[in-house]
Design a protein around this ligand. Structure first.
Ligand SMILES: [Zn+2]
Ligand SMILES: [Zn+2]
Length: 142
């Protein structure tokens, strides 16, 4: 693990577990679920509990450090560092793989909002389906 003193945000107390969770998210190529984060943290530190990971994630989310994406139902949530760049994901409903969208489906969308002064800050898009592998498996059953 590299020295994270420069990247770990000020204002959040640096504990060993918080640093581990942050580092896992920093090195993740795609958003991770809490159990996935937990298993990666535990690889380096057997003393961590899943409930601790959830608590740390809640703290990071409320500090705006981490983005939580909930897909389809609240039992399926993914976490990623808030890199202040706008990204969307598609989720496979069979294996729960998360795949990054290369564009924004809302780019050319002009919202019609009843209140004309409404100030839009952002949007969420839920995209779900079958990944390449699951699609093959499922279509071969028919
Ligand atoms: Zn799949
Ligand atoms: Zn977008």
């Amino acid at each position: 693990m590299k020295d994270d003193n420069s990247v770990f945000p000020a204002g959040i107390k640096r504990t060993k577990h918080r640093r581990s969770v942050y580092s896992v998210l920093e090195n993740a190529a795609s958003p991770l679920s809490a159990p996935e984060i937990f298993s990666r943290v535990r690889d380096g530190d057997a003393s961590v509990w899943l409930s601790t990971v959830y608590r740390i994630l809640d703290c990071f989310v409320s500090e705006g450090l981490v983005l939580k994406t909930t897909v389809m139902d609240s039992s399926m949530a993914f976490y990623e560092l808030n890199r202040e760049q706008h990204r969307h994901y598609a989720v496979c409903v069979n294996c729960r793989k998360v795949i990054e969208l290369v564009n924004c489906p809302m780019e050319k969308f002009v919202p019609e909002i009843a209140e004309s002064d409404f100030h839009v800050l952002g949007h969420k898009v839920e995209m779900y389906g079958y990944c390449k592998d699951c699609d093959k498996k499922i279509s071969s059953l028919h």
